[in-house]
Each structure stands twice: as C-alpha cells, then as structure tokens.
Unconditional design. Sequence first.
Length: 349
Amino acid sequence: MSKKRVVHYLNQFYGGIGGEDKADFKPEARDGHVGPGMALKAELGDQVEIVGTVICGDTYFGENIETASKQVLDLIKGFSPDMVIAGPAFNAGRYGVACGAVAKIVSEELNIPVVSGMYPENPGAEIYRTFAYMAETTNAATGMKKAIPVMSKLVLKLAKGEEFGTPEEEGYIPRGIRKNYFEKERGSKRAVEMLVRKIKGEPFVTEYPMPSFDRVMPNAQVKDMSKAKVALVTSGGIVPYGNPDRIESSSASKYGKYDLSKIEKLGPDNSQTAHGGYDPVYANANTNRVLPLDVMRDLVKEGVIGELHNYWYATVGNGTSVANAKAYASEIAQELKEANVQAVILTST
C-alpha cells in the first residue's frame, strides 16, 4: 500500500498561534504536522503521512463560514491529499462547527474521506456528522490521549480500504446513514425477546433509538405580578455597545451580565446584537425588539409588575452546545434566586 497523504485542520489554539486573542486568525497552511499532529503521526506509523496542516481562528471561521470554508479548501487542495483530519474539537462549539464545515466542503468538493473527533453534544457533530467519521471523545481536551488512538484507527481503516463496523464497534458517532443487512432472526421474534428482557429488568439494546428530550416542569404561576420582581434574559445576543465581553456570534463560550439600572430604553447608542444567526439590521436599529426593556419599564410604571431586576443576562444561542447552555442557565438561575426574582422574560430571536 502506498503511503496516504493527509492534511490536518486545526484552530488557532492547537495550531500554536494563540488563544482567544488570536481567534480572528485567517486561514494559513504549514508543511507537515503541528500540535496534536505529533501524536497522530506516532499512532499512524509509516502508512500515513501528515503532509500539511491548515490553521484558522475559531472566530474568523464562525463569522465567515462560507468564505473561510473556501479558503481552507484551497489550502488543503495545495497538498493534494488522500484524506483530511479535522480536530479533535471535543466540546468546543465554534471549533466543532469549523471542523464540520471543513468536512462538508472537503467531502463535496474533493470527494475524499474526513476523520474528526468530537463530544456527541458538540453542535458540529449534530450538524455535520454525515460528512465525517467522528470519533466520540470526552467533553474536554483532557481526553486527548484517548481520542487520538480512536481517530488514528479510523484513519488507518480508511487508508487500507477496510469495511467499517457499527459505530459502537469502531468508536465513532452514528452518522445517520442507514445500511441494509440481513438478521438471523425475524423482527417479531427479536421484538418479543427485547420486550421480555425489558420486563425482567435485563439489559437490552434497541434497534431504533429515539431522541431524548429534557422535560422541564413549569413552576407554579406568580400569584401577584404587581408585586413581582422580573428579570430579562436573552439568547438573542443583546449586549452593551461594543460587545465588551466579546461574546461569540456562534457557539458562544460565555454569557454576559449587564447593568440596566440607569438605562431607560435600549438603542443603537448603548446596545447591539452579537448574534450571527440572523440579520442584525433591525435588531441593531432597535434592540428592544429582542430585549423589550422599553415595554418592561412601561409595565413597572403602570403597576402591572412590581419591579425590574437591575441586570440583564445575554448569550448567543446560535450553535451553542446544550452542555454550555445548561451550565449558563444553572448559574443565571442561581443568581436570580438569590436576588429574589419571581419571574423571567426569556427572549430568543
């Protein structure tokens, strides 16, 4: 077997460029392996060669997905690869989306396989899983030592042209692609056997797993809104003008808490949207359209509600991972409880 040529895609952090301060780094190519590529090279041995590495900042990619995808593709083409490796991205949302977008354009334009590594809740896995073999990783980079061998195994199987087993057998995230095969037993018998195991409390594995959704029980209604303290929270990205916390336009890694005690009404002079998932023109012209501070002030004056909490909380829901969103919600909810807030107006886009 001739040695296969591989190009590795990395973000600015793993590419050794820098941290969040370098997240606007534009696509650049390097010869050979960089960062995690060293560990991949050791696992891949002599059968595969990482001939080049393409590096791009997460913010630049997220804010310019179409342009960045084409730029990265052009750089990858320059190495004439047989395969591309992207990541691993673990649960880093912006990085995961970038790896997925790279996998998509490489698959469609170059028709060569892509291997990546992600935590299952990474939005990149959900959006782009059909375009790559994504090794299932932990949610943090501390799982690098476990991720590299699984990714390398997938790369080597592709290099050798070997047939893949099930996602469970190979360690990659299900791609949502169905494959016909013949079972030894007919469906009715398998169904009854599964039911019996379930009734007995024995372990069983469904042949058609259903999605699992959180069910949140609503709190009891507020008895007297005229005495209630109400807070404003949004995933629509409404932040003070200039976006002081640099909340990302996609796959937000943080949320912000902002003082509105001296603000009567939001507007282009004091606020803007950081959200990259919708046209910002009308929101920026009047940010009350997304975070209705003006109406809430009127309701306080009219006695409809008791008072408005002195802070608003904001993040961007666009591509943000479920795990991060839950963490933000938990922290915000705890603060609101301590501030004796009885109700929340939660706005989206």
